[in-house]
Design a protein around this ligand. Structure first.
Ligand code: MG
Length: 311
């Protein structure tokens, strides 16, 4: 007979120091749910539901509804049958369950290499210096584009890459905000810039032709491309791999369902991955950083985001 675990949940709200501008719009507060599972031995383990509905995950309201209908008990059987329409709930409950049974997983090196997020627009020109002054072991920055007119962003990009120390790599994240001709225009510039590690999600995932269009862009340009929004769910990840995407895959594990399904898939197919934050709290952050230890990931982790929050 399946045994029961005690289930509890609590909502949280974390405010950004400054509202975050992306091509999805302005984000002021990160809201989510912390869940806990306790076993009969009195051990408790935590998980986090950190939805990102504009990436296709469930909404916060759907997460709350799921938690409310569970009541105060859940069985392992119920955890593995959480539907794919609730990927953040799958992640939270399974990771808490695994934490309950494999507490030794909770250890990752403290000197992990993080990529630090810069604000959109001209602010990046000063912001990188502030971050680098605090931590000169930084290897990688990420800059959001597709927020201002492309010509303006290209001008800023040229200035930024001239300023950066030679050891620093720069990721550009368009969040799907470019059309094909804008992407070609940008790529013709970045093909000439040594500092560019890759461009993330140049074209919108909303257009079903855009995976093929990005495959084509990848063939025409030397700049490496990464998929993010196009691989936001486990089924989309499988689909991109089946279509022979050879670029980088950005893995937002906290919105991609059961870790027990995601990690072996990435391992088996030897994907070129970058783990990335969904601006979660330390609960999901620790879980994902532990998961990274199970995979080869030579690229800086997209977890240099803690400077964005107020205490
Ligand atoms: Mg991205």
């Amino acid at each position: 007979m399946d045994y029961e675990l005690k289930f509890q949940f609590k909502q949280y709200k974390n405010y950004f120091k400054q509202p975050l501008s992306t091509s999805h719009g302005v984000w002021r507060v990160r809201e989510g749910i912390i869940i806990s599972l306790s076993n009969s031995a009195g051990r408790t383990s935590y998980g986090e539901i950190a939805p990102l509905p504009w990436f296709g995950s469930e909404t916060l309201a759907q997460g709350i509804e799921f938690c409310q209908q569970l009541g105060e008990k859940i069985t392992p059987e119920e955890i593995i049958t959480i539907p794919d329409t609730l990927p953040c709930c799958q992640f939270a409950l399974e990771s808490a369950y695994l934490g309950l049974n494999q507490p030794q997983l909770a250890s990752y090196p403290k000197n992990l290499d993080f990529c630090y997020l810069l604000p959109a627009g001209e602010e990046a020109l000063t912001s990188w210096q502030d971050l680098f002054q605090e931590n000169d072991s930084i290897t990688t920055f990420k800059w959001k584009i597709g927020v201002f007119p492309l010509a303006t962003e290209i001008e800023i990009l040229k200035r930024l890459t001239q300023m950066l120390p030679p050891k620093i790599k720069l990721r550009l994240d368009a969040n799907g905000g470019l059309d094909i001709s804008q992407a070609q225009n940008l790529l013709s510039v970045t093909d000439q810039l040594q500092a560019i590690e890759f461009i993330e999600q140049p074209l919108s995932p909303g257009n079903p032709d855009n995976l093929a269009n990005m495959l084509q862009l990848g063939k025409e340009h030397s700049t490496l491309l990464a998929l993010d929004e196009s691989v936001a769910s486990f089924s989309q990840l499988q689909k991109a791999h089946q279509q022979e995407w050879h670029g980088v895959y950005v893995i937002k594990a906290a919105i991609m369902g059961f870790p027990s399904r995601l990690i072996p898939y990435c391992q088996h197919h030897n994907l070129d991955i970058v783990f990335s934050s969904v601006l979660e709290t330390n609960i999901a952050r620790e879980t994902v950083l532990n998961l990274t230890q199970q995979l080869n990931h030579p690229r800086a982790l997209g977890f240099g985001v803690q400077h964005l929050f107020t205490e």
